[in-house]
Design a protein around this ligand. Structure first.
Ligand code: SF4
Ligand code: FES
Length: 247
């Protein structure tokens, strides 16, 4: 396939960005989207030009670093995948692909497609942890937890902190991310000690970072690579309310 790419290029946080057009030639359908960008970058480097900056690490949907908007969708076409799991078979010869960074005030662009997601780290630091000593895996397994509860906690725990929920949301809300962390820990016995403080502090940290409010569009759930359900947002709201009403 030969493709036309319109890629957001921005030198640094303070520079004005713009779309630049590139061609990606001889792309095969079994290449990943990031491998296609690698090839474009090899050509740019050969020509002495600055390669397109983009975040990536695991390239198998685990680390959450490879977020970008592809044709207006967080992580591109398809459900339940990160950009690194997007394959070129979803595109056709001659297609134009528009590639942009996450757009959210709380995620400033650092360079090209790379955004600063440390706002998420600060939210987790505010309460996304437990202080109970849990021992090793065998100790954890000695605490009986009903299977449906363990499954629900695990679903929330699959959040990889990619930020697609924020990028997809028309309000740039981080509710799905915060809900996943709060829900995961609120469901497990080890998370009970800081349960109320956690909900209060993480919501306060989220608001302080400048994320918007949830208005129930469910765009976050639709674009989440781990298909985390908005029912965790309902649990976050209950946790927050209970914490606020507690003495
Ligand atoms: S909730 Fe989903 S979209 Fe949001 S950060 Fe976690 S994995 Fe990414
Ligand atoms: S590179 Fe790790 S999730 Fe995509």
């Amino acid at each position: 396939m030969d493709l036309k790419l319109r890629v957001w290029r921005q030198k640094n946080k303070n520079a004005k960005g713009k779309f630049v057009t590139y061609t990606a030639n001889n792309i095969t359908s079994d290449m990943s989207f990031l491998e296609m960008l690698d090839l474009v970058n090899i050509e740019l480097v050969k020509k002495g030009e600055d390669p397109i900056a983009f975040d990536h690490d695991c390239r198998e949907g685990i680390c959450g670093s490879c977020g970008m908007m592809v044709n207006g969708r967080a992580h591109g076409p398809g459900r339940g995948i990160a950009t690194c799991q997007l394959f070129m078979r979803r595109f056709k010869d001659g297609n134009t692909i528009v590639i942009e960074p996450w757009r959210a005030r709380a995620f400033p662009v650092l360079k090209d497609l790379v955004v600063d997601r440390t706002a998420f780290d600060r939210i987790v630091k505010a309460g996304g942890y437990i202080s109970a000593k849990t021992g090793g895996a065998p100790d954890g397994n000695t605490i009986p937890i009903p299977k449906p509860v363990a499954d629900e906690a695990f679903d929330a725990a699959t959040c990889i902190g990619c930020g697609a929920c924020v990028a997809a949301c028309p309000n740039s809300s981080a509710m799905l991310f915060v809900a996943a962390k709060v829900s995961h820990l609120a469901l497990l016995p080890q998370g009970q000690l800081e349960r109320k403080e956690r909900a209060r502090r993480m919501v306060a940290a989220m608001d302080a970072e400048g994320f918007g409010n949830c208005s129930n569009t469910y765009a976050c759930e639709a674009e989440c690579p781990k298909e985390i359900s908005v029912r965790h947002i309902a649990r976050l709201n209950r946790e927050f309310l209970k914490a606020k009403l507690a003495p």
